[in-house]
Design a protein around this ligand. Structure first.
Ligand SMILES: C[S@@+](CC[C@H](N)C(=O)[O-])C[C@H]1O[C@@H](n2cnc3c(N)ncnc32)[C@H](O)[C@@H]1O
Length: 331
């Protein structure tokens, strides 16, 4: 039964994710006809918008014809995530200052889709629409929307951010300032010797690369944890022990007691660093740290009930993996 679920629902989700992802073919086809370059304009200009709308209509029509509920509900979500991933790719490879938002769209859609797919592989019995984690919680949705708002507002209203600063003891220094609005040529900085280089707040490349690195490592660690724990992994923390539930202490669980939470923690902060969102970076760090501290304590109460001395011994040897979180106290 569980194997059938993987075969059917997992396969439907893969097909539909790829169907949504096929949006990347439109600019490729147009480019090969010499009409349009692989550029962001593609999404903003009228022919591009029409092509996207037609793609959405055709793909949705196909899904409606092919699937009935409950498979349709899986299909439409997987397709939406594939479509978002595809649009993220188009933006990422375009000549635009929205490149990092494209990276973010790819990170977010890949995370949610792969949660479903990996659950289908490791624990098909627990597979449901919730495995996409799209409706995780009100707070989660609010956090995502806040980051889009912060990115857009700062992008449109705060074009300048301090990127480097140096001090020199000479007077009447002419400096090259890379700022907004850009000065003509070598702006003169009055009578004192302050040399400032300013660049766009949302174009701090090294910071976005750092964010992307965190996203990739966090995603990798989380999926490694899910694959290691196998059927013992469940998106819903279990309060009753299943007969098949065993304590996992190998692989990434030999380094961290809660590797999937460690991965998710750094992934979520990484998404905000990638977007150069200062407010959300701080907000996400505090909110997710508090969330995981509580969650780990609750989970460890159940794990001690399930595995008694074995878990207590494991807990003594292996840290949680999250900074300043030690888990439930055991006397
Ligand atoms: C969302 S998973 C998170 C697992 C783990 N906290 C992590 O971060 O990788 C939650 C489920 O995993 C189970 N679980 C957590 N640690 C486990 C371990 N070391 N061995 C087996 N099951 C574990 C819990 O009982 C719970 O039902």
């Amino acid at each position: 039964m569980a194997g059938t679920k993987l075969l059917l629902e997992g396969r439907v989700s893969v097909k539909c994710f790829l169907l949504g992802l096929s949006v990347v073919l439109i600019p490729l086809i147009r480019t090969s006809f010499g009409h349009l370059d692989w550029v962001f304009d593609y999404l903003t200009e009228t022919p591009g918008k029409i092509a996207i709308c037609m793609h959405i209509a055709v793909v949705n029509g196909l899904l409606l014809i092919t699937y009935r509920a409950p498979l349709y509900k899986i299909a439409v979500r997987a397709c939406f995530l594939g479509f978002t991933f595809g649009c993220g790719l188009i933006i990422s490879f375009s000549e635009t200052t929205w490149t990092y938002f494209g990276w973010y769209m790819c990170s977010l859609s890949f995370f949610h889709y792969s949660e479903y797919l990996v659950t289908a592989v490791i624990n098909p019995r627990s597979l449901s629409l919730d495995s996409f984690l799209l409706n995780h919680s009100m707070e989660y949705t609010l956090a995502a929307v806040s980051s889009w708002v912060e990115f857009t507002v700062e992008k449109l209203t705060v074009p300048g951010g301090l990127s480097s600063f140096s001090f020199t003891p000479f007077k009447n220094v002419h400096v090259q300032v890379n700022s907004f609005p850009k000065p003509e040529h070598g702006a003169e900085i009055q009578d004192f010797s302050l040399c400032v280089s300013v660049s766009e707040l949302k174009q701090l490349h090294w910071l976005s690369f750092l964010g992307l690195f965190m996203v990739l490592c966090g995603e990798g660690l989380r999926k490694a944890a899910m694959l290691t724990a196998g059927s013992n992994f469940n998106h819903i923390v279990q309060n009753e022990k299943a007969r098949s539930h065993v304590l996992v202490t190998d692989g990434v669980y030999a380094y961290f007691r809660h590797p999937s939470y460690v991965g998710w923690f750094y992934w979520s902060i990484g998404t905000q660093i990638l977007l150069c969102n200062p407010v959300c970076t701080l907000g996400y760090t505090i909110a997710s740290w508090r969330f995981f501290r509580e969650r780990i304590e609750e989970e460890e109460v159940s794990l001690i009930n399930f595995f008694a001395e074995d878990y207590v011994e494991y807990k003594k040897k292996v840290p949680t993996g999250l900074p300043f979180i030690s888990g439930i106290r055991v006397n």
